[in-house]
Design a protein around this ligand. Structure first.
Ligand code: MG
Length: 269
């Protein structure tokens, strides 16, 4: 099942994508306020009317997470390209919910502070049930599905600051989408990134140092994960810088493509 959020008739809505159409869920924008629930039960999801052609709606970020827990250095080849040691435990950091944008949205280049902004294509895990102290074995039951993620990073600030809050936290630095695929084995998926149509990252999720289930279990022993929360599972090698005017695409097998453009910051302060 493919779950998405979209904008129509003045408000955000949640829906299911089927045969090129999107069918609205009954019960309102469930994916937009998932964190207030105990679970998002796919079996209980009901659709109503109308059925709209997918190309006629504007898709939004498929969830509004209460937090994004991101993982650094989770692919060996990416650790090597930055001459970093392979971590013994997952290296976690947070991205704020305010950094989220959806498919087709603009990534705003923070030129008032940074001269080096990179794309990082990643598989995003979307949480489906409140998760606390979850074992690796039980982890699959806490996942709603998977989507594409771009962990946009101000690389120069990441090097300069002691921690990642500023480098990873600017508005628009967390493109998510285009939809959540609920029926997917996450352990061996091809993941690619393209900059202006040129392939720059090409790897498999089997190359992760800590797989999706190990990450969920580890994070849930640190903090409670709420429905709609995102775990960004780390990027493969091949990250690179972007500039205003660029188009960046994260493509994951079995999900689809997340495409965003980079724009100049318009405010002058
Ligand atoms: Mg990353």
């Amino acid at each position: 099942m493919r779950l998405a959020r979209f904008y129509a008739d003045g408000r955000a809505r949640s829906g299911v994508i089927e045969d090129g159409s999107i069918i609205e869920l009954t019960g309102g924008d469930l994916l937009g306020c998932a964190s207030v629930r105990d679970s998002l039960d796919i079996e209980a999801i009901e659709t109503g009317d109308p059925r709209r052609p997918l190309e006629e709606v504007r898709l939004l970020a498929p969830v509004v997470p209460s937090k994004i827990v991101a993982v650094g250095l989770n692919y060996r080849a990416h650790a090597a390209e930055f001459s970093k040691e392979i971590p013994a435990e997952p290296m976690l950091f947070l991205k704020p919910s305010t950094s989220v944008v959806g498919p087709g949205d603009e990534i705003v280049y923070p030129s008032h502070m940074s001269r080096r902004v990179d794309f990082e294509g990643e598989l995003a895990v979307v949480i489906g049930r409140v998760a606390r102290d979850v074992s690796v074995r039980d982890a699959p039951g806490f996942i709603l599905g998977y989507t594409c993620f771009n962990d946009v990073t101000a690389r120069d600030l990441q090097g300069r600051d002691v921690q990642y809050t500023r480098a990873k936290g600017f508005d628009t630095f967390a493109p998510v989408g285009p939809w959540i695929e609920t029926a997917l084995d996450p352990l061996d998926l091809r993941i690619e990134s393209y900059l202006n149509g040129e392939r720059r990252q090409d790897a498999s999720t089997r190359d992760m140092i800590f797989n999706v289930y190990e990450l969920l279990s580890f994070v849930s022993r640190v903090m409670t994960l709420l429905p709609g929360d995102i775990i960004a599972t780390g990027t493969p090698s091949g990250v690179g810088k972007m500039k205003p005017g660029d188009e960046v695409e994260v493509r994951i097998e079995g999900i689809g493509s997340l495409v965003n453009t980079v724009v100049q910051r318009r405010t002058c302060t």
